[in-house]
Design a protein around this ligand. Structure first.
Ligand code: ZN
Length: 303
């Protein structure tokens, strides 16, 4: 417990990771959601991704969304980019923080983008260089870091190896993504420990999905190892691309609530975040999985 950090940075990924796994939402409602999230005090927001609109129509209006939002001071906005074309667009449109993704599972990477992870990392090296040349930072997200829907187990040494390669290529930070919610606390401890041994100087973030009910347990396991950066999605917006109907990202307000109980500061106003979860639920028109959205914080008294 002694390593629990005093402050945790949450990156809100609902507008990108969440909405990318929901039926398409009108641009104006995305802007409304992003601006409402910026008011909650959350430190970082993954706003959009610059992907092929034929492949992912949910993000076809990324440029309009980015042009339309208030861009609050004190919020670091980021864009996810699949390749150099997307990276150049994001950087030209003014993003100072981008994320590139490689899957630690060879099969997952091949099935998604028809490249081996090694080939992806070579391309990511060029994306990182481009970001740095323009004064921006680039995070490398290592997806399927806790397991793969095609391969099952993904060895931790393999995950750490790709992360280390990303760092050698200049990645400013690394994030391990639990793409399909296969992580558990013992696996979190092993992977975080392995990464720390390999890359002790590099900032690490974790991206958990609650697909199998272990999302918050995973967060606590990492928190107790001193990890101070987590992704979360307001309301638990989003889903699992490989399991229709399954839940996706951990809910931001649930993370804020739990972190508060540990005395950890996030900067987020919990009541406001629950309100925004209500807005997110209204926008997608389906019941979102967040427990706090249904029950409220523990201090909400019955009347
Ligand atoms: Zn996710």
């Amino acid at each position: 417990m002694s390593e629990v950090p005093a402050h945790v940075t949450l990156r809100e990924v609902g507008p990108r990771d969440g909405l990318q796994n929901e039926p398409p939402v009108p641009t104006a409602q995305k802007i409304e959601l992003l601006d409402a999230l910026a008011e909650t005090g959350v430190g970082e927001i993954e706003a959009v991704s610059y992907v092929n609109p034929r492949a992912i129509p949910q993000m076809a209006d990324a440029g309009e969304v980015w042009a339309g939002i208030a861009r609050a001071k004190g919020v670091l906005y980021s864009a996810l980019v699949p390749n150099m074309v997307g990276a150049r667009r994001a950087l030209e449109e003014g993003f100072s923080s981008i994320e590139a993704v490689v899957s630690a599972s060879r099969t997952h990477n091949l099935r998604n983008i028809n490249r081996t992870p090694e080939e992806s990392l070579d391309a990511i090296g060029e994306v990182i260089a481009e970001a740095h040349a323009r004064g921006a930072s680039c995070q490398v997200i290592v997806a399927t870091a806790f397991g793969c829907p095609y391969e099952g187990e993904v060895p931790e040494a393999q995950v750490v190896g790709y992360a280390r390669r990303a760092v050698e290529l200049g990645a400013d930070s690394v994030c391990f993504g639990d793409t399909t919610g296969m992580g558990t606390p013992p696996r979190v401890r092993r992977l975080v420990g392995g990464f720390r041994d390999a890359c002790p100087e590099i900032q690490l973030g974790l991206h958990f999905h609650d697909t199998r009910g272990t999302g918050m347990a995973n967060l606590v396991a990492a928190l107790e190892m001193g990890v101070d950066r987590f992704d979360a999605s307001v309301g638990g917006l989003g889903g699992c691309p490989y399991a229709p109907g399954a839940s996706g990202n951990i809910a931001t307000e649930e993370a804020v609530y739990l972190l508060q109980e540990y005395g950890v500061e996030t900067g987020v106003d919990l009541d406001l975040m629950i309100e925004v979860a209500g807005l997110a639920q209204h926008i997608v028109g389906r019941e979102l999985p967040s427990g706090l959205l249904k029950a409220g914080p523990r201090t909400r008294l019955a009347v």
